[in-house]
Design a protein around this ligand. Structure first.
Ligand code: AMP
Ligand code: MG
Length: 333
């Protein structure tokens, strides 16, 4: 029997980020490298993003192998993000994954991007059965494993929280990506300005608040600092309210953060406070594992490979609209 340790190379390409992660079967992260497509405005034309990914893919693979101090032949498992995401970007990941699996003659596993955020968080923080607050550019979801599935307990009814912050930042003329800039500006805010707070059950909506903020910005009656502060306080309070409701509903004692917006220190502080008040624990992975990254795809590949999952190289495809609750979580059951 071949007892060689699994070394998985994972490919992330759901949106702006093209990443390569290399992870060992023990959970040791050997490499986590990425190249992010950027523009002045932050606008994303899917075909341009795909072109970027295609251009830099081999270089990023090389960089990751170098970081891991490995040769391509040392890789014995390949994984990739099957979805959800932008089809043209996802296709670049699929192509590369198939090429590598064929060339190395090793198994291939396609994984769900949102669930990978949850499982890498568990690996790195020691959380065991958390509610995940997944707050990224496009996605805003409250996810937990319940009744044999990963279920979405709440989500945005319109735009993702990251897109909300980025659009508001564009209106303020402070550049892209807007989240970190708003975080800095908000620190100087002194007055809370009332904004539309929209929570429906465990769902949230940011569209109304964005329109309202645009009007307030144009009116010149409020300082940018106060608007940034108020936008953060309102939007984050909505996220914390629905996270808490999901924790109470599922009777779970752990909250895990995932997604780029969770890099925000004020959001982390609010999450910590809420958890303390209900005797729960809050887990926050370091920034490189909060944003889109490929280490999480490699780790998810290992988990699913160990549970016996394998893609048929001929038939495998991307799933741009894959819902978290459609995933067959065989490795958990
Ligand atoms: P992701 O889609 O998970 O890679 O995350 C990207 C999003 O995270 C973008 O919308 C950024 O504006 C947002 N983001 C990154 N850092 C921060 C921060 N410190 N505060 C708020 N949002 C952030
Ligand atoms: Mg993500």
């Amino acid at each position: 029997m071949n007892m060689k340790e699994i070394i998985c190379l994972g490919i992330e390409s759901t949106a702006h980020t093209f990443g390569i992660g290399i992870v060992a079967g023990s959970g040791k992260i050997l490499a986590n490298v990425k190249d992010v497509f950027t523009t002045e405005t932050g606008g994303m034309i899917p075909n341009e993003v795909a072109e970027h990914h295609r251009k830099i893919a081999d270089r990023v693979i090389g960089d990751a192998l170098k970081q891991a101090n490995l040769k391509l032949e040392d890789i014995n498992l390949i994984s990739f993000s099957k979805g959800p995401g932008l089809a043209p970007s996802l296709l670049v990941g699929l192509e590369k994954a198939k090429q590598l699996a064929e060339k190395l003659n090793v198994p291939l596993v396609g994984v769900n991007h949102c669930i990978a955020h949850l499982e890498i968080g568990n690996l790195l923080t020691g959380a065991k059965d958390p509610v995940l607050l997944y707050a990224s550019g496009v996605n805003t979801q409250i996810i937990a494993f319940e009744g044999g599935k990963y279920r979405i307990f709440g989500e945005t009814l319109d735009i993702g929280i990251g897109n909300f912050l980025d659009s508001f930042a564009r209106e303020l003329g402070i550049g892209f990506p807007g989240g970190p800039k708003i975080e800095q500006l908000a620190k100087q805010g002194k007055n809370y300005i009332e904004l539309p707070y929209v929570v429906k059950g465990m769902d949230v909506s940011f569209g109304g608040m964005l329109t309202n903020l645009k009007q307030k910005t144009k009116s010149n009656k409020f300082s940018k600092e106060d608007l940034a502060f108020s936008a953060q306080e309102t939007a984050f309070a909505m996220l914390i309210e629905v996270s808490e409701r999901a924790m109470a509903h599922c009777n779970k004692k752990e909250l895990l953060l995932g997604g780029g917006v969770c890099c925000n220190k004020r959001l982390q502080e609010m999450a910590n406070t809420m958890c303390k008040e209900r005797n729960a624990e809050c887990f926050v992975p370091e920034n490189q594992f909060l944003v889109d990254n490929a280490a999480m795809i490699a780790w998810q590949g290992i988990i699913e490979h160990n549970a016996g999952r394998k893609e048929d190289l001929e038939k495998t495809d991307i799933l741009p609209h894959w819902r978290t609750d459609q995933v067959d979580a065989a490795w958990r059951n």
